[in-house]
Design a protein around this ligand. Structure first.
Ligand SMILES: [Zn+2]
Length: 284
């Protein structure tokens, strides 16, 4: 081999190694292998990208949009509001794949797979805030309806409120996880300390109806009664679902799986719940 070709070969090898290094570093290590494959595909330029929240900041995170071009419900599905609740953001990745493959029959769907992007990266519930500030200001699910001039998660909450308003979104599903199984923590007086395996719904007829449909269709397939889903009324103040009901007067859910169950089951429950609701709405 002459020296010219040898140099070329060395150069090509170096470039190839660098490309591999970059691709390994950019892959989303916090996701399962299946989640990473979807992430790589959709975080590359594609026609479903609608825009970004917190654009050009370290909190920047994509919004995806599927439009049937037929009149119908406009749904917002969110994962990663809490960065340590993996089943939620894993499920939204799988829904991205599902809608891109199968499309939707009517209406529109907006997806925010990793709402609190920095918290997701660090596997944390919230992001840090300055020492003199309430830590819940770093918890996206306590920042609604948001504040344009506030701390990062207050700003992001404000942007999500704007997304709902500007696009006439009329149903919100925010996918979460809980450390405690709801059924195990309910006391005789009705109080509880855990929300695992629940649908927390806004107090309106449409949400109550959708919740009943989910329970009816899903619980039959869950052997252990403890792990079956139940409904809890009224999302916590300043959460995404709370805003849906209180500010926009639209149905909203905080869907909570129980983190003591295998991750694959928790992801499947989230995907099934979203699918039951979308089917009931005639969208899939
Ligand atoms: Zn949560």
């Amino acid at each position: 081999m002459n020296i010219k070709y040898f140099k070329k070969l060395v150069l090509i090898t170096i470039v190839f190694c660098l490309l591999i290094l970059v691709s390994v570093q950019s892959s989303a290590q916090y996701l399962t292998t299946a989640g990473q494959v979807i992430h790589e595909k959709f975080w590359a330029p594609n026609s479903y990208l609608f825009g970004h929240l917190m654009e050009k900041t370290i909190y920047q995170t994509p919004i995806f949009h599927f439009d049937s071009k037929q009149k119908g419900p406009v749904v917002l599905i969110i994962g990663g509001t809490h960065g340590n609740e993996a089943a939620g953001f894993e499920a939204v990745h799988r829904l991205l794949e599902q809608f891109s493959k199968n499309g939707i029959k009517q209406g529109e769907i907006f997806l925010i797979p990793e709402a609190n992007k920095l918290a997701v990266d660090n596997n944390k519930r919230r992001i840090p805030v300055p020492a003199d500030v309430d830590i819940e200001k770093g918890n996206l699910n306590r920042c609604y309806p948001g504040d344009l001039k506030g701390l990062p998660m207050e700003k992001e909450a404000y942007e999500i409120a704007g997304l709902i308003k500007n696009n006439n979104i009329n149903l919100v599903l925010d996918l979460h996880e809980s450390r405690k199984l709801h059924m195990e923590t309910v006391k005789p007086d009705g109080s509880y300390s855990g929300l695992g395996q629940t649908l927390i719904f806004t107090p309106d007829e449409d949400a109550a109806w959708l919740g009943m449909i989910v329970l009816d269709q899903l619980n039959g397939s869950i052997d252990s009664e403890q792990n079956q889903f139940s409904m809890v009324e009224r999302p916590i103040k300043n959460s995404t679902a709370w805003m849906a009901g209180e500010i926009f007067g639209i149905p909203g859910f905080t869907v909570e799986t129980y983190r003591g169950l295998p991750l694959a089951d928790r992801i499947r429950y989230h995907v099934q719940i979203v699918n039951i609701i979308l089917k009931e709405k005639g969208m899939i």
